[in-house]
Design a protein. Structure first.
Length: 92
C-alpha cells in the first residue's frame, strides 16, 4: 500500500471508531480487501495503529458519556458502565 495521506489517516481512525471490517475499509479506500486484512492483522503497521486509535477514541467517548449519566443517578448508565469495565478487564 502506498504511503497514507493525512485524509486517509483520519479515515482509518474513523474506521476504527465505527468498527468497520476489512471489506468495508477496502471499499471506502477503493483497494483490495486482502491488503487491508493483512494490514489490520499486522499490529505494527501504521494502518493497524491508526485503526486502534479510533477504537480507543470511540470507547472513551462512550465511557465519558455513560459516566456523566451515571453521575446524575442514571441506573442504566451505571450498569452499562460497570458491564463495559468488566468486559474490558476480562479482555486483558
Amino acid at each position: 500500500m502506498k504511503p497514507l495521506t493525512e485524509r486517509e489517516k483520519e479515515m482509518i481512525i474513523n474506521f476504527g471508531s465505527l468498527s468497520y471490517d476489512a471489506n468495508r475499509c477496502a471499499g471506502v479506500l477503493e483497494t483490495e480487501e486482502a491488503d487491508i486484512a493483512k494490514l489490520m492483522a499486522d499490529k505494527n503497521s501504521e494502518f493497524s495503529k491508526l485503526y486502534a486509535r479510533g477504537q480507543y477514541r470511540a470507547e472513551y467517548v462512550i465511557d465519558v458519556k455513560l459516566f456523566e449519566l451515571a453521575q446524575t443517578g442514571d441506573i442504566k448508565a451505571i450498569e452499562k458502565l460497570e458491564a463495559r469495565a468488566i468486559k474490558r478487564n476480562r479482555a486483558k
